[in-house]
Design a protein around this ligand. Structure first.
Ligand SMILES: *Cc1c(COP(=O)(O)O)cnc(C)c1O
Length: 625
């Protein structure tokens, strides 16, 4: 079977492929001709080490590769368009602040003078604790208090290139004050508010009503103030950021052009600008559709780089202004592909049945009609059969409620319903051309597969903003899937479902999967989740952080486990909600003690109950085998 139902070749070609044994393999992007590494083997080997599902798998090679790709693509574009400046990217820390991630970004980025972008004091502290290359920058966005400014300015004394980007005119007074107190000149940037509004999920970051950046009048005021305090020579950077995941390349061109207009006007006012920072926004093609939509983009990385450099060169050459150093703050595009969530299926709720129901003389006439539906079922009459089926069941349910049908007839009715549904699904599976109403009806009869993960902890954007991440089974790609399912997580929240999936032919409301049996694990992978998901996740139902494994693919096959981070224990999540684990154990002991007195509990029973409680509190919050 080789028809790539899940569209892996469309969205995952850089990192994944289907192996001959039907399992998914991880490709090594640095050695594309080497055999891929069986993901099931990786998961089993992690399990043997005690790292059980759900597990977040970080593949460092994918991060290293993307950093290299983004930088090299800009270098290539510089040559191609004859750009007379450089490119020096930064990674926006908010996109993934985890120590294991930032350490590696700094490490992989060193050869490219890759820096960091921070938006808060904690993020600034993270940046300052890293050995960045001396030519890289730390870009400070966000609202800054005296402490933030103090630290940023002082860091210049120890060799960091820390640039304070003004988010509002207010900040300038404080910066000048602190700089005079410390007697250190700051490096300054201005965040401008572009009037071009972009589309996509984050469009409110752009345009007149954006909460960020300075309007034209404010820019003018700030320049005047800088001049009057003799600080204009400190203004080295212009910043703009339009929001994440910009779907359309035209918008990137237009906004770059507008940014250049500001840049040249500010230069004409005497600002010695060197850096043009165009923010984040480089998108990820989650669905592989290559189109301008929320979960896709209509451009390639090379196109993005060329479009930016071409626009900047053209606009600034016209005004005789030196080509600036270009900074971009690509978070999502840098990190998304390097993490995947892997979980096992705990059980299924099937919405059809293969068990044929036989006619019986004692059956209610309506039930008899229902049992006979398959006799006239064919493709043309599928909708009619479904209508009949629903009608008869409604009627019989009403009779049951009013006491005119007994439990055994009612049970037979429900079983017949599932059997006829199965027959209808089979008839419809022979065609792709079915009406919207029938398709909806079929989607509503999809099975529910219950996964060992929390949507709220591991995939918060799927819940909050309908982000679509590609999902595929890790095994059985050589067997045609026979079920259509939606996924349900382990929380008790009806919102904990996934019902949008990436398939080869486009986005679908159901995911084709295989039957699962009790004696064999069935694993699913959710891909491209490295950006934003980890810190945005929350503790709904007190499901905590999952286990995390960071691996490196070996050149000659196999993998190396670089780091493992155990997921939250129950005791840890309890402390997040103000419980003291020791206290809780003591409280439980008191309750058991009372039971010993009042309920005739034996001492050995007491010991067993207390021990079970204690064992639980140090365990994983997810389903364990
Ligand atoms: C969030 C953010 C980014 C990252 O955007 P991506 O689309 O993930 O690249 C960059 N810069 C600023 C100022 C941000 O707020």
């Amino acid at each position: 079977m080789d028809d790539d139902i899940y569209g892996i070749k469309k969205w995952g070609d850089d990192i994944l492929e289907v192996l001959n044994n039907g399992n998914i393999g991880l490709k090594n992007p640095f050695y594309p001709s080497n055999p891929s590494i069986d993901l099931i083997k990786i998961v089993k080997s992690l399990n043997e080490r005690g790292i059980s599902c759900p597990v977040l798998l970080r593949v460092t090679d994918y991060l290293a590769f993307r950093i290299k790709q983004i930088n090299e693509s800009f270098f290539k574009a510089i040559k191609e368009v004859g750009y007379k400046g450089y490119y020096k990217g930064v990674f926006p820390v908010k996109v993934n602040q985890q120590a294991q991630v930032i350490d590696r970004i700094v490490d992989f980025g060193k050869e490219f003078d890759f820096g960091l972008e921070v938006g808060s004091k904690p993020e600034l502290l993270i940046a300052l604790a890293h050995d960045l290359s001396s030519e890289s920058t730390i870009i400070c966005n966000g609202i800054k208090d005296r402490e933030f400014i103090n630290l940023a300015i002082l860091s210049l004394k120890i060799g960091f290139k820390t640039i304070l980007v003004l988010e509002s005119p207010r900040e300038l007074d404080l910066i000048i004050e602190v700089s005079q107190e410390l007697n250190v000149r700051p490096l300054l940037g201005i965040r401008i508010k572009l009037t071009n509004k972009v589309s996509g999920n984050w469009s409110q970051s752009s345009g007149d009503r954006s909460a960020f950046g300075l309007s034209v009048e404010q820019v003018m005021k700030v320049i005047k103030k800088l001049k009057s305090y003799n600080y204009l020579d400190c203004l080295v950077l212009q910043h703009s950021h339009l929001g994440s995941q910009i779907p359309d390349i035209i918008e990137i061109r237009k906004t770059t052009q507008e940014a250049c207009r500001f840049y040249s006007e500010m230069c004409k006012q005497g600002a010695p600008l060197e850096y043009l920072d165009l923010g984040g926004g480089l998108g990820v093609d989650y669905t592989g559709e290559q189109k301008s939509s929320f979960n896709s983009i209509n451009y390639s990385l090379d196109e993005y780089c060329i479009n930016i450099l071409e626009t900047v060169k053209y606009e600034l050459d016209q005004s005789n202004i030196d080509n600036p150093i270009i900074i971009t703050e690509s978070g999502r595009a840098c990190i998304a592909s390097s993490s995947m969530l892997i979980f096992n299926i705990l059980g299924t709720t099937n919405f059809d049945s293969e068990k044929k129901q036989e006619l019986n003389s004692k059956d209610h006439p309506l039930l008899k009609n229902m049992i006979q539906i398959p006799e006239y079922l064919n493709l043309e009459r599928a909708q009619e059969c479904l209508n009949d089926l629903n009608y008869y069941r409604e009627e019989i349910r009403a009779l049951f409620r009013s006491g005119q049908i007994d439990l055994s007839n009612m049970a037979k009715t429900e079983e017949t319903y599932l059997y006829v549904i199965n027959k209808i699904k089979t008839v419809l599976s022979s065609t792709t051309e079915i009406t919207e109403e029938l398709q909806d009806a079929i989607d509503n009869m999809a099975d529910i597969y219950h996964g060992n993960f929390s949507l709220f902890q591991s995939l918060p954007d799927v819940w909050a903003i309908d982000q679509i991440h590609p999902i595929a089974p890790l095994q059985k790609h050589n067997k045609r899937p026979n079920r259509r399912v939606i996924l349900n997580d382990i929380t008790c929240d009806s919102d904990g479902i996934i019902n949008k999936f990436v398939l080869k032919e486009g986005v679908s409301n159901t995911l084709p999967l295989h039957d699962v049996s009790d004696d064999e694990d069935y694993f699913l992978g959710v891909f491209f989740i490295g950006a934003y998901q980890e810190t945005l996740g929350d503790l709904h139902n007190l499901f905590g952080d999952t286990n995390v494994a960071t691996i490196k693919l070996k050149e000659n096959g196999g993998f190396q486990l670089l780091h493992e981070q155990e997921g939250d224990t129950i005791s840890e999540v309890l402390t997040y909600v103000e419980y003291e684990p020791k206290n809780i154990i003591n409280r439980f002991k008191h309750i058991v003690e009372d039971a010993v007195r009042s309920r005739d509990l034996s001492l050995s029973e007491r010991k067993k109950i207390t021990q079970t409680f204690k064992d639980s509190i140090s365990g994983y919050t997810y389903f364990e085998k």
